[in-house]
Design a binder for this molecule. Structure first.
Ligand code: PLP
Length: 440
């Protein structure tokens, strides 16, 4: 496999079947395709563990923690005062504002401590997407003579879509391929660094398969070659220890909603003395590196979540890993025609991506949803057609396999009983779908 320069490898456009593309109403489409009744789930209401506000909700078995995580009750408690009472602007000169600014500083110190950074190396952003865009943008703006970005074919769209935009603006982008297990060839990466490479941007953990790239080794190559290195560590956060000093990375992106904090808050770590040009320009917030009045309550929430994450890390790597393994082993052993996508190791402790031969992921997701189970597929529904996951197709999976794959991603709130529930219901769901498949 040779790196693809200039154009992102486009996954083959998948049509759901021979019927013309429909609006993206996959539930309706599937119901008619598979002949299922679209039942409104009539399950007995169950209180979620530690449910806030004692509102009863239908039972949810949440296995989609790579999409987002439940906001921890402690995090909600921490942010509420900044919505109710302490709503001042941290840039204001009077005490009512300045006090709020102190809480922003405290949160900055907390998230910095989680990743072994200095507080001044943290720029709060609106999300992981903004952080990725900002890092690449800064590398290009501060080195105008360099017009090449080196990345991989399996990055999140927060990276690849930005790179595609750069290409339209005349920049060159190389998308490194991966092997069938999702791994990168580091000698290929090193060889692809050019004299005009402004930045190497490679994710640490893949959001779909959980496969880990050797971020530290990539950083060492970049250091040797004198090129900036950015890693998207959005999925690593809270699951593995992040130490930016040990990693020796120039830029690192994080997003709080993967860490039991709210959506809409992220950060970009910028190593001290690395030149930085802001992406969002306006007021002088974030020491002039990101304009816009701070999202104070969410920043405070991020800080509190970072504190909790320090305590929860061992649980992610022991209990959550064991739950994930029991779920994965149970599916692979208990349901014929199943196999894992991506290497078993090195992998995030919470993620499992499984192909179910002969069944479409959307059908599985629909029936899982009816059973109250939340999981996901990498397929994107755009303008009525189904694009198979670009991650799985880059790994060499056939379009059919990519379209029959489901991601389960666990978290600290999952229990043994919930894994049992999935293992109890999934075999019947797959059998039902296979029996209803054309020729089944
Ligand atoms: N990078 C990765 C690997 C992700 O998984 C995600 C979100 O799922 C993002 C970036 C984007 O983060 P955000 O939703 O905060 O923009």
């Amino acid at each position: 496999m040779s790196p693809v320069v200039g154009t992102r490898p486009k996954p083959a456009k998948m049509r759901a079947n021979t019927t013309p593309a429909l609006p993206c109403d996959w539930r309706g489409r599937l119901a008619s395709r598979f002949g299922f009744q679209l039942a409104i789930r009539g399950q007995p209401a169950r209180l979620l563990p530690g449910n806030i506000g004692a509102m009863s909700q239908p039972a949810i078995y949440y296995f989609d923690n790579n999409a987002t995580t439940r906001v921890a009750p402690e995090v909600v408690d921490a942010m509420i005062p900044f919505l109710r009472e302490q709503w001042g602007n941290p840039s204001s000169t009077y005490v009512f504002g300045r006090q709020v600014g102190e809480h922003v500083d405290q949160a900055r110190a907390r998230v910095a401590a989680l990743i072994n950074a200095e507080p001044r190396e943290i720029i709060f952003t609106s999300c992981g997407t903004e952080s990725n865009n900002s890092a690449i943008h800064s590398a290009l703006v501060t080195q105008p003579e360099k017009r090449h970005v080196l990345t991989t074919a399996v990055e999140h769209s927060a990276n690849t879509k930005f790179c595609a935009l750069l290409q339209k603006r005349g920049y060159a982008v190389t998308y490194l391929p991966v092997g069938p297990d999702g791994a990168l060839d580091l000698s290929q990466l090193e060889a692809a660094i050019r004299p005009d490479t402004a930045i190497v941007s490679v994710m640490w953990a893949n959001n779909e398969t959980g496969v880990l790239f050797p971020a530290r080794d990539i950083a060492a190559i970049c250091r040797r070659k004198g090129v900036l290195f950015h890693t998207d560590a959005v999925q690593t956060l809270g699951k593995l220890k992040i130490d930016v000093r040990a990693l020796d990375v120039d830029f690192l992106s994080l997003s709080a909603h993967k860490l039991h904090a709210p959506k809409g808050i992220g950060l970009l770590y910028v190593k001290r003395r690395v030149k930085y040009q802001p992406y969002v320009v306006g007021g002088g917030q974030e020491r002039g590196r990101r304009g816009g009045t701070e999202n104070v309550a969410s920043i405070v929430a991020f800080g509190r979540a970072a504190e909790l994450a320090m305590a929860n890390l061992p649980d992610e790597n022991t209990r959550v890993r064991a739950l994930r393994d029991r779920l994965e082993d149970g599916i692979l052993a208990g349901i014929p025609g199943t196999s894992r996508n991506g290497a078993k190791e090195p992998r995030l402790p919470n993620t499992s991506n499984i192909a179910f031969d002969g069944v479409e992921a959307e059908g599985i997701l629909m029936l899982l949803d009816q059973a109250g189970i939340c999981a996901s597929s990498g397929s994107a529904c755009t303008t009525g057609s189904l694009d198979p996951s670009h991650v799985l197709t880059a790994m060499g999976c056939s379009a059919a396999r990519a379209r029959s794959s489901i991601r389960f991603s666990l978290g600290i709130y999952n229990t043994d009983a919930e894994v049992d529930y999935v293992l109890e219901h999934l075999p019947g769901i797959i059998a039902k779908l296979r029996a209803n498949a054309p020729g089944g």
